[in-house]
Design a protein around this ligand. Structure first.
Ligand SMILES: [Cu+2]
Length: 297
């Protein structure tokens, strides 16, 4: 019987090793399923991920070792033998109580350390983009001209706000048209995140950072893209029926291309004195014209 178990186990391992290991797969495996880091902040997240894997593997090896040891050492040796059903082992019980607590403490410590590093805000970012996530797409407002880094990005009651620029150009997506966020490479970019409706979450997998977009408050996230290229961004928070369409493309380009892109937006008439932070789309969806009781408002 143990011989057969061993054969099945070996077969399983061999199949896993041989199963479709293309170049891309191997790259994925080396990255522990994480995308390549395309920001200055990414390596912090990746290191946390990597060491969490190491910790999980060490734990796994100990647990599997103990399981196999118990299975073999305490296997039934004859048909009429029933081992004592109540036993305790104090050192073992102390170990399996304290070890997980210690693990949680260590994980918590490193999570907080990495999180502090990743959400750290530089008081003087190179530029600020006002991002609006709404059901179910994104609007990106790029500042034109001088940036006032003392601006809070907060909305004021009358609909105006304390924004970093006097002039903006913007691009807006819809559920059908996925918008593109264009960013200059090697610049620290602050994203001020706005939502006019529900909680969304702004993130680009290759950037290895993301942040909730919460109505009524302005969350701020700073990212320094370090690799030019095209990436995919998405909403990470289930925000309604078309959440899955809340995608955006990201292009990290040279400063010259970025400036040219802003000029294109301006030439297309997508200019505004203040960032565009609430599309009309949010107000004219089916269902919103009636209150909860069904009466017209
Ligand atoms: Cu969303």
């Amino acid at each position: 019987m143990p011989g057969r178990v061993l054969k099945v186990a070996l077969l399983g391992v061999t199949m896993l090793v041989l199963a479709g290991c293309s170049e891309a797969d191997q790259h994925q495996i080396r990255n522990l399923a994480m995308p390549d880091r395309a920001t200055a902040q990414g390596p912090y997240t990746y290191e946390l991920w990597k060491w969490a894997w190491v910790a999980a593997m060490v734990t796994g090896v100990i647990v599997w070792g103990l399981i196999f040891y118990a299975v073999v050492r305490f296997r039934r040796r004859s048909d009429d033998e029933v081992p004592r059903q109540t036993r305790y082992n104090l050192p073992l019980e102390v170990f399996y109580t304290i070890a997980p607590v210690l693990m949680c403490v260590v994980f918590f410590f490193h999570t907080v350390r990495v999180q502090d590093e990743v959400i750290k805000l530089d008081a003087d970012p190179d530029m600020t983009v006002e991002v609006m996530g709404q059901q179910w797409s994104w609007t990106f407002n790029y500042g034109v001209g001088e940036q006032d880094t003392s601006a809070t990005g907060e909305l004021e009651g009358d609909g105006s706000g304390d924004f970093a620029y006097d002039q903006y150009v913007y691009t807006s997506g819809t559920g059908r048209n996925i918008p593109t966020l264009v960013l200059p490479v090697d610049r620290t970019i602050q994203f001020n995140l706005h939502s006019p409706d529900v909680i969304h979450d702004f993130g680009v997998p290759s950037f290895l950072v993301k942040m909730d977009v919460i109505p009524g408050r302005v969350n701020k996230l700073q990212v320094t893209p370090t690799v030019e290229g095209e990436y995919k961004g998405k909403c990470y928070e289930l925000c309604g029926v078309s959440h899955s369409r809340m995608l955006f493309n990201v292009e990290v380009v040279s400063q010259e291309k970025y400036d040219a892109y802003l000029a294109d937006l301006a030439a297309a008439g997508n200019s505004a004195a203040a960032p565009v932070l609430g599309g009309s789309y949010v107000n004219d969806q089916a269902g919103l014209e009636t209150d909860a009781e069904g009466a017209q408002e």
